[in-house]
Write a protein that binds this ligand. Structure first.
Ligand SMILES: Cc1cc2nc3c(=O)[nH]c(=O)nc-3n(C[C@H](O)[C@H](O)[C@H](O)COP(=O)(O)OP(=O)(O)OC[C@H]3O[C@@H](n4cnc5c(N)ncnc54)[C@H](O)[C@@H]3O)c2cc1C
Length: 434
């Protein structure tokens, strides 16, 4: 391989990199993917719901053999309080048809491997167990990458950086700065074994239906974060995430937060008698629109988490943003390949495509989410506690006439919190949701 030159080198075999590789290989380009894991997906961590709208576009028959765990037909959102929750859910039978809601639980170790096999079948070469440490330069331009392996100097016309959150390679190019603890989430997750029958009964599901439960409010012991439970076939994925800054401020460690979450009175019955199968932790780029990295330059493009494409609002979408940016980079590379022009000007087509894409539009819509949450820490501690108390008291059956109780609780609310501060928080929260 020493002197071989590729049309494209993709660094990182996650959803973003593999999508770029698939699209380019299908168009006849000579593509190599360099992945540091033992195989693609070997150590990749995510919560559990893979959003397949982009996968469906590039591979319409993916459901034939994709390693899907369950079809998400039910979603539940709850405001967690220290001893309970105020929640609501929806479940639609229509999501059982065709492509579900493009929301399926998967296990990344199986799913990414399957996607990498599809790339190989399309003609891409996948090298695993090799870390890319640096670029190879020629005439002050990027000409390839240095991978930690024998004959690891790989030359290529275009390099797609898909090396995930905190891309050291993009940082070397000065495309982004050090991660900001206020806009970086540390997520921890356990995969817990439960029988299929138990999963169906506990989450009120039929057949291969799946559930996604999201917990806000007091879910990370008062830190700015959230928790989740996603049902797989015969396991459930249970996890929490919070910004690093908030974890430090509350003197919390992620493992303790996950234990507290699993032992919370509303979560404990859902995980009861489960057997721990896996434990993992990973960072999530949460800076959104305002903290995206530079996207392209001479001979290089950055995709997925490496560029910061995660919608960590109510929607918790990352996989489809990764695939969409990977797809757009792949399409840009194909045009550059045809023109034999990999200059920054030529590859800036990627920036234009991204600007008009759903990931950018969504991130723009929620561009203030991070700051909004940071400025409203009471949403994670004081308010869930207060609302929990009010709801619990309102529904406590004790003979107190309802009108008296409602007046008393309204007074309690007004004396517990400045109504203007509360109103401002309510208005602010709208920005996180719509
Ligand atoms: C706790 C948690 C929960 C999440 N929940 C969800 C969810 O439910 N739904 C959702 O859509 N998204 C979720 N996300 C986000 C989602 O995981 C990411 O947005 C998505 O995986 C990004 O894909 P990617 O290909 O850009 O990066 P990654 O999936 O991180 O892939 C990067 C790849 O690059 C490889 N790599 C890194 N550096 C090098 C190097 N130097 N050389 C070679 N290879 C390298 C890595 O091994 C990895 O395979 C979650 C994330 C976390 C951490």
């Amino acid at each position: 391989m020493a002197d071989e030159k590729f049309d494209a080198i993709v660094v990182g075999g996650g959803p973003a990199g593999l999508t770029a590789a698939y699209v380019m290989a299908k168009a006849g380009m000579q593509v190599i993917v360099v992945e540091r894991g033992e195989y693609c997906g070997a150590k990749n961590v995510f919560g559990g719901v893979f959003f397949t709208n982009v996968l469906r576009e590039i591979m319409p028959d993916f459901l034939k053999d994709a390693p899907i765990e369950r079809n998400i037909t039910k979603r539940r959102f709850s405001l967690m309080t220290p001893d309970g929750e105020i929640g609501g859910d929806f479940k639609f039978d229509r999501f059982n048809k065709d492509f579900s809601n493009n929301s399926f639980t998967v296990l990344r170790s199986k799913f990414d491997k399957w996607l990498s096999d599809k790339c190989e079948a399309a003609g891409a070469m996948i090298i695993t167990g090799a870390v890319v440490d640096d670029f190879l330069m020629k005439d002050k331009k990027i000409a390839g990458v240095k991978a930690r392996m024998e004959d690891g100097d790989l030359y290529g016309d275009v390099i797609v950086l898909a090396d995930g959150v905190n891309s050291l390679l993009a940082k070397k190019l000065n495309f982004h700065k050090e991660l900001d603890p206020k806009s970086t989430i540390i997520g921890v997750k356990e995969v817990i074994g439960l029988s299929e029958e138990r999963i169906r009964d506990r989450f009120a599901l039929n057949g291969n239906e799946g559930a996604a439960y999201e917990y806000f409010g007091y879910s990370a012991k008062g830190a700015i974060g959230s928790g989740f439970i996603y049902t797989n076939k015969d396991t459930i994925s249970v996890g929490v995430g919070a910004t690093i800054a908030s974890m430090l401020e509350h003197k919390l460690n992620p493992n303790d937060v996950l234990e507290a979450f699993k032992n919370h009175p509303t979560v404990a019955p859902l995980v009861r008698d489960g057997e721990q199968k896996e434990y993992s932790a990973h960072l999530i780029p949460d800076g959104g629109y305002k903290k995206l990295s530079k996207l392209s330059g001479d001979n290089v493009m950055v995709v997925g988490d490496a560029a910061g494409f995660v919608n960590a609002t109510l929607f918790h979408e990352g996989t489809n943003l990764a695939m969409e940016t990977g797809k757009l980079a792949g399409e840009t590379a194909i045009e550059a390949f045809k023109k034999k022009d990999y200059s920054a000007v030529s590859l800036s087509q990627y920036d234009t495509k991204v600007k008009n894409s759903f990931p950018m539009k969504d991130l723009k819509q929620f561009k203030n989410t991070g700051e909004t949450l940071e400025h409203n820490p009471k949403m994670f501690d004081k308010y869930p506690t207060l609302f929990g108390d009010l709801v619990a008291e309102l529904f406590t059956v004790d003979g107190e006439p309802k009108w008296n109780k409602e007046k008393r609780l309204m007074m309690k609310l007004l004396t517990s919190e400045n109504p203007f501060a509360l109103l401002k928080t309510m208005i602010d929260m709208r920005k996180v949701i719509i």
